[in-house]
Design a binder for this molecule. Sequence first.
Ligand code: ATP
Length: 754
Amino acid sequence: MEHGEGVERKIKRFKNGDVYEGGWRNGLPEGYGRYVWTDGSTYEGQWKGGTKHGNGGYVWPSGAQYTGEWSNGCMQGYGMFKAADGSRYQGGWANDLKHGLGKKFYSNGDKYDGLWKHGKPDGPGRYVWADGNEYNGEWKNGRMHGHGTFQWKTGERYDGEWKDGREDGLGTFQWKDNSTYDGLWQMGKKHGIGLFRPSHSESRRSLSPVVPSANNSDGSESQLESSTGDDLSEGPLTAPAVARKGVGGQVADHGMTMLASESIFLREYEHGRLAYEAPVSLEDRSDMELLFAVLRLEEPGRLKKLLLKAGEKDKGPGEIIYKEHRSYNIMVNLQLGIQYSVGKINTVRLHDGLTEHHFFEKVKLTFPRRGSKQTPPHMSNDFKWKDYAPMIFRKLRENFGIDPADYLMSLCGNKALRELPSPGKSGALFYLSHDNRFIIKTMKKTEMKHLFVMLRKYYTHMDQHKHSLITKFYGLHRVTPYKGSKIRFVVMGNLFRTDLPIHMRYDLKGSTHGRFTREDVDKRSSMTLKDLDLEYTLKLEEGWHERLHRQLTQDCKLLRSMTVMDYSLLLGVHFRKTGVREMTPSASEVESEIEMEKQLERFRQQIFRMRLDERHSQELLKLVEMKMESRKTKRNAPQQVLARQPMRNDTLRPVAYSDGGTDALAFFLNYDHVQLGKNMAATAVQHDAKGNVADSAEDVVVYFGIIDILQEYNIIKRLEHRFKSIAHDGKTISAVDPNSYAERFMRFMRRVFQ
Ligand code: ATP
């Protein structure tokens, strides 16, 4: 292991019995080393100035273990923790506490997946109890708090507001038989006015007279045992014993006392005790439908689902490859080939793991139109298929977390690929999978050869650096159509796979010569812009900024060793304010806004017709208004998530783990965990051509990665450099040697990402 400059290797035995073996500088551990404490604890990993810093693993005498990132001696960044009791956590950390997006598997079988703050669930999250109950919603300080849905495994559910772990505010309870109670709650009990709607089948069953009951089983008890909060508030070393359960069985009876056919009841509760009940008299069918509508004014699902839906509008760049399309045959060949390879490769067992031979393996096969023993019949012409290092790519896909079935569904499912208008200079063709997940790019023979030769280096790097910014490659193939020329393809990940619209795209190399687009193009168009067009500095959250530059250094080290150059950092920027403006309000939303106002008026009139006493009709009206309001808020939720600006510190940097920051975005956009280059909250600070900072700072979400990494520095590139340097300053043109290229690239990125 390397230790860097001025670092020697040392075994140091301390007086108290501790032993350290590893890099040492100025009397302190530095670089890579292993420290064993007398109590049996060990740390093995990176050090800086005597503190754990970088990546490392710590084992406690109890057997508990942490593997992940450290900063100044603290668990900070992304890491996995296994407690002695068998519980596991993987996700974000800050100051030795769970913080950010993370998943915890408790030793009793419970699971929590969501946001954490200072060691406790906080923000949106989903908790699933081992016995099958689950809560999906907002948390605060380790308790259910905000808006959320509790679903009992016995079939009941509560949708609504929570406070300190209990139902509190406006909420709807639904029984197994679909009867619902819509009303106000306090400290886990019904308290205030509400509407009870028996299920259709129930309402036919009984017609007994109204007997307001003082001890109805539906109102007397909270549906949840209250939380002490302690169970979830543990630090990284103490194992929690979460044992809070919903008591679904006790709530199955809704205390229905009178059921006229399709009636609705106005009820009033005092701390869970039913104090008043009256059937609501409905004069005609439309009145009844109206009132049913108010009972259904519930949100259609999780906020993130809404967000995904909202993004759908923006989906689908490029041209769908339909049957008569010039690329149709090629697409079919490619899909057949991939389907065959992935299917076949998955059945092979790797007894001895990967070997050297797998890196050089090539598999050839012919796909006749009429089919063969190994291949299915197909509608395209005969073609030949060649697969490069299939086992290596299978392992890469596995390491990148791609499920083989998902991979096939995306690329070879019923939906066609889309051909993108050729985006690069090279004339390469680009295809996009229907779900925007994968990009297939045609490549030159030289590029293909280079990737194949460098595959071992690439594989090792991607294995060691889970947050690498380098393009993820998922497969390397060649198709030779009947009487046609060979076409080589690489399958890679789409960096802009997101439901948020990308407003600006930049292809950044760090060279200035010729690196701007023409003056006349609309800079906010979908065109990919270049280095000199970039008018922003991007401020990332504390921690992420350091991680990015550390990773860029590592990635450039690989690219240098692969003797490549001309690669770019592809950057996509989503402006949060613009995005919100785009998303609201659409014409139909404005219409439904007016519709809601009208509906409210109809409700008012209807409540008046119900001839309730003054107090109850006032309260019912208030309840209906609250429901309408909460419906409006929920409809606007996706925009609120985006518009919720992360807090900024005095240098304009977004504050890490703040509401609306990178973690919260990752959760709402349905990512497993926060990743470098994906969904990152940033502040775009505008500057002029001379680099002077203007006043304006905008909240953005950024996506980026290193693409086009297969251009080898060969004799032609050398000549190109020589030729161009006669006319221009040699340092500003893009064809420089790989070392200078990498240096210049990193220097530029340090200016862009601050
Ligand atoms: P050039 O020769 O101009 O550098 P090229 O034909 O070799 O281009 P790339 O540089 O690989 O192609 O990509 C061209 C464009 O395609 C990029 O600017 C980007 O807009 C899009 N693109 C390429 N790879 C990806 C990716 N992994 N995710 C998203 N977009 C991509």
